[in-house]
Design a protein around this ligand. Structure first.
Ligand SMILES: Cc1ncc(COP(=O)(O)O)c(C=O)c1O
Length: 486
């Protein structure tokens, strides 16, 4: 079985094995009933002591992932039908791969009717017709865009418009020379990791954090350190206590309406974080995917990038949420030598983003239409947030807490510690309801008593019905569990 052992890690060997196997079982890569290798065989493969494997198996059994049947072997306990093929493809579960959290993406499959797992905006709220019209026009007027490469750094006109947009809407003054166009922010994170992170480099993130960023850094062999967030964002007081021991090469944060917690980092903490990065010569990656999606007419505080005087901050502006995920356009703003390095990384990855779509999205940045769209989007999302919270209060007020998100797409629910939301997910999926279990948002030691509920994907009616159904089932589940544990 494919398990990566890091002997330099502070984490014990049995916990490393346990965590990776847990990921495989929870994500469905290790299917129900799969027979696991014997202690000796597995220990031989991983070059560890059989006692270490025994300890890991015992731990997984305690957590309900394995059945250890004396005389027969060790089996993955029935986690429910995970929809993966279980016949001629079974051999693939032992293939080496380096995707850790990304395995959880299959929870977003459309086969679940009540999708509360997907931090994506309902298609009806996005300007599909406007974009389709512009693409058609582009194809007629400039078919050349189909038969040429884009400049690797991105179309010049688009970079100019994005620099103007950032000054007008994100209080960030920059110039088009400092803007790199990427295929979404996911690619930007990948480019940055590929450029700056190698085995053993320390990456600090918020805990919890955006799950798909975790994979990118782990894939590069990073040693990840998680610093908790509270309602004012990353706990800089805690970071200041450990940063000397673990000097980071890179700090990845999502300060506005953070994914998954929805919190906003205060201006004070932004300044403190920037100071620490300067002192330790670290890079801050400021992922500003949700900037425009603020509620109550209250935009987020100044970005760290706007306070950065010496190129410590790489700022990522995504447009998947505010405009459309399908266009795959993101922008990276950086200074000094970094823009050239990242452009080289982009060249080696894909030689530039498609020109057609870069040209087609341009008019959106120039029209009044964009401002009206953002305004409507904010109102629609705030309404969905409010409905969700009102309905949840009817069912789970006593047992669940959350920080009211002041923008963005997600509500982060915290349950009593006895509740395991991985288990809850399996229960709700039987009723075709899905959410993101909190455990997917931590690189090493997951907390199991949280979940992320995204209120943005469903129509208003679907959402209301879905949250009622979710609330009823969660209430029943929590009361049963707490009753049993008293
Ligand atoms: C915090 C964060 N960063 C980046 C992304 C990826 O965005 P994009 O679609 O621009 O690649 C997401 C998507 O949900 C996100 O939540």
């Amino acid at each position: 079985m494919n398990i990566h052992i890091n002997r330099q890690s502070d984490e014990s060997l049995h916990m490393q094995i346990c965590r990776q196997m847990e990921d495989k079982i929870r994500s469905g890569l290790l299917g129900n009933g799969t027979k696991l290798p014997s202690l000796r065989k597995f220990a031989g493969q991983l070059k560890v002591n059989p006692l270490t494997i025994n300890k890991a198996y015992k731990e997984l059994e305690k957590k309900g992932y394995l059945d250890i049947i004396h005389g027969k072997g060790v089996f993955v306990k029935n986690q429910k039908d995970n929809g993966l093929p279980k016949n001629q493809y079974d051999w693939q579960s032992s293939l080496s791969h380096y995707l850790f959290r990304s395995q959880f993406f299959h929870h977003h499959q459309p086969r679940y009717q009540v999708q509360l797992s997907n931090a994506v905006i309902h298609a009806g709220l996005l300007p599909a017709h406007f974009l389709a019209k512009e693409i058609k026009k582009m194809l007629e007027e400039e078919p050349r865009a189909l038969v040429t490469y884009s400049p690797v750094q991105g179309d010049e006109e688009l970079r100019f418009e994005i620099a103007e947009y950032l000054a007008a809407h994100c209080s960030l003054e920059t110039s088009m020379e400092n803007v790199l166009i990427t295929s979404g922010i996911q690619q930007a994170i990948e480019l940055i990791a590929k450029t700056f992170i190698g085995p053993g480099d320390i990456v600090i993130t918020e805990a919890p954090t955006y799950s798909a960023a975790i994979d990118v850094f782990l894939n590069r062999g990073a040693k990840m350190i998680s610093v908790p967030v509270d309602e004012h964002g990353l706990r800089t007081d805690l970071l200041s206590q450990i940063i000397h021991k673990y000097p980071p090469k890179l700090i990845y944060v999502n300060p506005n309406f953070q994914n998954p917690t929805g919190t906003v980092m205060s201006l004070q903490r932004r300044k403190e974080l920037l100071e620490m990065a300067q002192l330790h010569e670290a890079i801050i990656v400021e992922d500003d995917t949700f900037h425009e999606l603020f509620f109550d007419n209250t935009p987020p505080p100044l970005s760290m990038k706007s306070l950065d005087r010496d190129g410590h901050v790489i700022y990522l502006k995504g447009f998947s949420k505010a405009i459309a995920p399908g266009v795959r356009i993101g922008a990276v703003v950086s200074d000094g030598a970094i823009p050239r390095l990242l452009t080289s990384a982009k060249a080696s990855m894909d030689l530039g983003s498609p020109l057609l779509i870069q040209k087609a999205i341009l008019p959106f940045f120039k029209t009044q239409r964009m401002l009206e769209h953002m305004e409507k989007l904010r109102i629609a999302l705030q309404l969905r947030r409010d409905h969700t919270m009102e309905i949840l209060k009817q069912y789970v007020d006593d047992h669940v807490s959350w920080v009211v998100p002041k923008g963005g797409l997600n509500l982060w629910l915290t349950f009593p510690k006895q509740i395991n939301t991985d288990e809850l997910l399996l229960e709700l999926q039987k009723h075709s309801i899905t959410f993101l279990p909190g455990s997917a948002c931590y690189p090493y030691d997951p907390e199991f008593h949280h979940l992320r509920l995204s209120y943005s994907l469903l129509s208003e009616d679907e959402l209301k019905k879905g949250v009622h159904a979710f609330g009823q089932l969660v209430k029943k589940y929590v009361e049963e569990k707490l009753g049993n544990s008293e």
